[in-house]
Write a protein that binds this ligand. Structure first.
Ligand code: MTE
Length: 362
């Protein structure tokens, strides 16, 4: 489906929600399109690039209506290598603690990285004459989700500060290919360092506003609720709307429940710190965090990409658990237990990860 690899883990066929296997995700710094996770709240729309238009309106001096040739001709082209991560990534570990009905049990691979090409949203907003009063920039897309009642088109917003940052793109290509339909083609927003939900696919309207988008996916979904809240009756105004990605990491190889031969074994995975933070250290433990070794980091893909880590461990035959935690440039580390983070929508599980596999004598 959607030209994804055969070993893709499909959580839902319609709407299409799928993540790659750990081994496939581990292979490359930029995730190939056939491997990149996909998260959809409604059916993927088919949009003809030749009739697609982007409307820019709201608190701007002059409204714009841009077609694809004009977007490409009138603004400087930019490329950013950026990781997208779904706010529900690693929910499976929360579900294991207490069920989260109605939400897919995403693993760590609802996280992928691409080289995105397009124009800076900031340049388009500047051309429209963004007014001083604008504090938020909202995005609208045509795909209809039946999660809200009545069903609603997808939409979201970011703060003016983020919208005006040069890394935020209106992108028409990923990894050198035109953006495929399932990833938002012909044009999507890419908001590096923020939860994937803000990177609106199939964007058709950009509106400068006083307040955040009133769309269900900004106002209701993607808010962080306390563990004891009832999502249907919570006082949402008091619950934060998720924005930047939390510091996170996981092991990709070896996979959980796999069998590996004893001896020196490469263990690898990713770490990712959102927005203006970066990963400075990844610690790996084989005694559930009593002692740690530091992994080697590969982080030359710029400020907005994940950091891949690896380390060689001499493994003895037995059931083995690899525990991983990352540290960011503010000196913060991941929290240790997922139980302390459990929340009714299962967002932002960034607890230490534990990956258990069998090591067999050769
Ligand atoms: N944009 C639209 N229009 N509709 C959607 O359902 N899903 C969001 C975001 N943008 C979504 C959307 C979520 S929750 C995520 S995590 C990312 O798209 C996933 O992007 P991908 O499918 O390209 O991986």
């Amino acid at each position: 489906m959607w030209e994804k690899r055969e070993d893709t883990i499909v959580h839902e066929v319609e709407p299409y929600n799928a993540e790659p296997s750990r081994a496939a995700l581990d292979r490359a710094l930029c995730t190939p399109i056939d491997t990149f996770y996909s998260r959809n709240h409604g059916p993927v729309p088919t949009i003809d690039a030749s009739t697609w238009r982007l409307k820019v309106d709201g608190l701007v001096d002059h409204e714009l209506e841009l077609d694809l040739p004009r977007l490409k001709a009138d603004f400087a082209h930019r490329e950013v290598v950026a990781t997208l991560q779904c706010a529900g990534a690693r929910r499976a570990d929360l579900v294991a603690i207490r069920d989260i009905p109605g939400e897919a049990p995403w693993g760590p691979c609802a996280t992928s990285t691409a080289r995105w090409a397009g124009v800076a949203l900031a340049d388009v907003l500047a051309a429209a004459g963004l007014q001083d009063a604008a504090a938020h920039v909202a995005f609208e897309a045509p795909d209809v989700s039946d999660h809200p009642t009545p069903p609603q088109c997808y939409g979201s917003s970011v703060t003016r500060r983020k919208a005006a940052s040069p890394e935020v793109l209106l992108a028409w290509a990923m990894n050198g290919e035109p953006l495929p339909a399932v990833h938002g083609g012909p044009v999507r927003v890419v908001v590096p360092g923020w939860i994937g939900a803000r990177s609106v696919k199939w964007v058709e309207r950009v509106t400068a506003r006083l307040d955040p988008s009133q769309n269900y996916f900004q106002q209701v979904a993607y808010r962080l609720l306390p563990a004891d809240a009832d999502p249907d009756h919570a006082d949402l105004d008091r619950m934060p709307m998720l924005s930047s990605v939390a510091l996170n990491s996981d092991t990709l190889v070896p996979a959980p429940a796999s069998v590996v031969p004893a001896g020196p074994t490469e263990v690898s995975g990713y770490a990712y710190a959102g927005d203006d933070r970066s990963v400075i250290r990844v610690d790996v433990s084989i005694d559930r965090g009593q002692s740690w070794r530091q992994a080697e980091l590969e982080q030359d893909a710029g400020d907005w990409a994940w950091c891949r880590w690896r380390t060689l461990i001499d493994l003895e035959p037995s059931a083995t658990t690899v525990t991983v935690r990352a540290w960011d440039s503010t000196g913060a580390a991941q929290p240790d237990t997922a139980a302390a983070l459990w929340n009714p929508k299962g967002y932002i599980n960034n607890a230490w990860s534990h990956t258990t596999f069998d090591v067999e004598a050769q």
